[in-house]
Design a protein around this ligand. Structure first.
Ligand code: F6P
Length: 341
């Protein structure tokens, strides 16, 4: 069978582990030909393909990024995009497609599956907000990077008696923010799940600095928003490509804290550092398991499903169940972060 493979959306560490598993298991166990598409759905529409063989997957397990390249391009939201996908798949005689991506790529996958293409998807995003799976590839590495950064910020915050605001990724959900805050013992965490009241933030910091500390670390998810009707009004700026403007919310919070407390405050934006570098063993294993499960599923004739981690098990969930949903941080985890502040 000729099986197409693509990675779409933001890159994450652990993608190469999944690609490697698809190629090894696909060729070795089933004798399939794996066809790589460059730069996500863009490459499918443009017919940018190459036969993906064992020579491409040597020594990639430990490498971040994606050897296939990626792009934020969604065929269902561009004119003639789905037709372009179908034309390329026919021209290349692709019988099934494995798509590795986050919400946008998976939404596109469900649209292409509806058009009659056999598709199995694999979830990846450092934000860990894909519905239906306990974990997505990349999250574990990103939390490790954020935690290490927070540990480092801790010593400089303490030395200078400062409030340090550390912004992490998480557009719709605060998974990285909450877990790295708990792991590093940060004082406050602001997430999209719980819009914040700047007056409460300030009250907390004043109380802490009066009572027993001269520094604080505030972790801010990039998608954090102020509570409607609260003392801080804010309209999130949007970049040219629809992206969140890194640091915007944190700089705004810094101004509010400085004006209301007089505390010397600094902002550190971790940004794409969280998506780079060597994947943790957890992400390599998850990528390997999802890649293997995806090619197994394709070979059994499954379609319109996504590999997912549920507890210890890798299972398949229907793509239509996850489309349009965001997996937010559960109340219990938010409560732990609050309780230990
Ligand atoms: O979707 C994952 C994510 O890491 C978001 O948290 C962040 O807003 C976005 O990617 C940034 O993506 P880009 O690479 O397009 O700047």
């Amino acid at each position: 069978m000729r099986v197409g493979l693509l990675t779409g959306g933001g890159d994450v560490p652990g993608l190469n582990a999944a690609i490697r598993a698809v190629v090894k298991q696909g060729e070795g166990e089933y004798g399939h030909s794996i066809i790589g598409f460059r730069n996500g759905w863009r490459g499918v529409v443009d017919g940018d393909v190459f036969p993906l063989g064992r020579q491409h997957i040597r020594n990639v397990l430990t490498q971040g990024g994606t050897l296939l390249g990626t792009a934020r391009f969604h065929p269902h939201s561009s004119d003639g995009g789905i037709d372009g996908v179908l034309a390329t798949l026919e021209a290349e005689r692709i019988e099934a497609l494995i798509c590795i991506g986050g919400d946008g790529t998976l939404h596109a996958a469900s649209k292409v599956a509806e058009a009659g293409v056999r598709i199995v998807a694999i979830p990846k995003t450092i934000d860990n907000d894909v519905w239906g799976t306990d974990r997505s590839i990349g999250f574990d590495t990103a939390v490790g990077i954020a935690t290490e950064a927070l540990d480092r910020v801790h010593t400089t915050a303490e030395s200078h008696n400062r409030v340090m605001i550390v912004e992490v990724m998480g557009r719709h959900a605060g998974w990285i923010a909450v877990t790295s805050a708990i792991a590093s013992g940060a004082e406050l965490v602001l997430t999209p799940e719980e819009p914040f009241d700047i007056e409460k933030v300030v009250k907390f910091l004043k109380h802490r600095h009066r009572a027993h500390a001269s520094f604080s670390i505030v972790v801010v998810a990039e998608g954090a928003v102020p509570l409607q009707g609260s003392a801080m009004s804010y309209e999130a700026p949007v970049g040219k490509f629809g992206e969140i403007v890194a640091g915007a919310i944190s700089e705004r919070i810094k101004v509010e804290i400085e004006e209301r407390t007089g505390f010397d405050t600094r902002v550190t934006v971790l940004g794409h550092v969280q998506r780079g570098g060597i994947p943790t063993h957890t992400d390599r294993i998850l990528g390997s398991r999802f890649g293997t499960a995806a090619i197994d599923a394709i070979s059994r004739g499954e379609t319109g499903v996504m590999t997912a981690l549920r507890g210890e098990d890798v299972v398949l969930v229907p793509l239509e169940e996850i489309a349009g949903k965001v997996k937010q941080v559960p109340a219990e985890l938010l409560q732990v972060a609050r309780a230990l502040a």
